[in-house]
Design a protein around this ligand. Sequence first.
Ligand code: MG
Length: 390
Amino acid sequence: MVKIKSVRTRVWNWKGPTVPPQANFCTNASDVLYERGDAMDSFRFHQWLTCEIETEDGTIGIGNAALAPDLVKGAIDQYYAPLVIGEDPFDYAYLWEKMYRRTHAWGRKGIGMVAISAVDIAIWDLMGKLVGKPVFKLLGGRTKEKIPVYYSKLYAGDIPDMQAEAEAAMQHGYSGFKTRFGFGPQDGMAGMRENLKRVEALREVIGYDKDLMLECYMGWNLDYTRRMLPKLEKYEPRWLEEPVIADDIHGCAELNKGPIPISGGEHEFSLMGFRQLLEAKAVSVIQYDTNRVGGITAAQKINALAEAHQVPVIPHAGQMHNYHLTMANVNCPMSEYFPVHDVEIGNELFYYIFDGDPDAEGGFLDLDDTKPGLGIEISDRHRHQFEVTE
Ligand code: MG
């Protein structure tokens, strides 16, 4: 048995150039506040956390997380690292429960579960490296020749710019496209019309043989969404994503009774959280993010639960921890894909920190059957553009 020797956490603060903020590029939960300021501020994050777990033989597993990296680093260093050091990484289910139960008073959701996720992902990467197998081969293996991906960007902006972006993305063969709404309840009827104009403009470009996904990022409410749904129906969206705040499970459940599937879960945590969503029939598509939901150990349990409810799982964001789960589960039909581009809101940063994330080609990506672990390494390419805190 090889034991865990150390846990190293680093916060990567991006100091390189960023695309300047634009107004109204995506509705969000802060829109309802009377002092909106830069309402997108909390949606823009230029930090990332890496968590490296090393065993006595010098093998290193890499995990990562993007939410509140400074706080998550503190939580791992102070609380979670001591719980796994000296343990066998192959006891992953026990280690997960130990982390979950020892911090249950405060760690069940949010910061604590993000920290558990980063540690758990590193443990899975470690297990893969120790046995010389890719993680997906430990989870169920290859269920697809390749993973279909959908293009996820198309932030709200000037209509010609959005159409040009969709046009360019069409050339790359994606079969699905996700756009963000720029207007919500406080923008009234005029804002509703602006939202609808953009959906129509995108359908003009991509036609009706491609999936169109619509993202609200919790920036609407139940009343506004009830009024919008009938107006959106003719555009045949594949889903409407997070129309209301993550805690409003009953609101989601009511909306999900209509003809447009409601998706969500990127702000939900652990198996128990998804049991509540599924039992309430709140979502027709589950979108956990492995680096928030409790890592690969929790995600795989949620996959089984979702399959029993016949609700597909399409994880939030790209990234290898999500791709490996998608490859290994028949009930995960495709992946979200953030195209590689300049640093804008921050969800692109993983391309700047790691080597190994596959590029999409012709609307698909593939994983290597021979690369052990998750298949990523921390890169030196952009190291000089980060300030790293240990
Ligand atoms: Mg989303």
